[in-house]
Design a protein around this ligand. Sequence first.
Ligand SMILES: [Zn+2]
Length: 304
Amino acid sequence: MQKRVAQAGSELALFIEQHPRLWVITGAGVSTDSGIPDYRDEAGQWKRPPPVQHGDFMASPSVRQRYWARALVGFQALREARPGGAHKALAALEAMGFIERLVTQNVDRLHQRAGSRRVIDLHGRADLVKCMSCGYQMMRHAMHSEMARMNPAFAALDATHAPDGDADLETDFSTFRVFDCPRCHGILKPDVVYYGDVVPVERRLAAEAGLKNAQAVLAVGTSLMVFSGYRFCREAHAMGLPIASLSLGVTRADALLAHQWRAPLTPVLAHAVELLAASQRALDTQGLSASQNRQGASRSSGSA
Ligand SMILES: [Zn+2]
């Protein structure tokens, strides 16, 4: 194991032992090992054109044609993605009792598939679509099947997969037929908070409530460039909670951090989980032998 990874892992394990009720926030970095591309480089800068804006999606039929035609190709990457080592390590930390809340800015549901239960999907979920007029919901893959049937020429295209189930496809999208709400013919949109839109208030409040019960914040694989995630770090800092970050690159919250490990996520998390599991086992053994000693002592005093 690299020295940098080993050191970061043991520092992280120590941080968790000192603050065993963590409020965790995750971002694109935890899912890149699962084959889901991200938007930003290590300096926190866009490495590709920013995603569609909420206002443009709602206002323009041609933006929606382009969006759904590209999604027909690119969503496959999201559907086929499997949880990676970082998801599994965070699920293990939850099983060990260290996670108060896990707030993710990802929309891929991979934390849940890895076994995490205390998850808030801050920016929604990409596998659901919702009617913006009547609230009707359907699974995204069902909508995609309908659109593939309606657009056989587009369904046969291929292109490089891009973040958020997008694809780098450039063609004439004007003939693409978008599938509308089967109940009211309204606009269907992935149940995802787009840029230019806001996080639903009850979701934000649930995340904040978790912060009040936590002892520290751990940011994993996120540059915290998006305000909806960064705001929690500002709140945590104001509350006096220590904040630690594990990511490859810089974060917007660098000035607020008590610890910062710039290292690959999966090996560092896995090492921390190993160390914590070993120390839990050691405690269990001690506890067991202590209680055996007590039982032994009470037996001998009883027989005397
Ligand atoms: Zn509708």
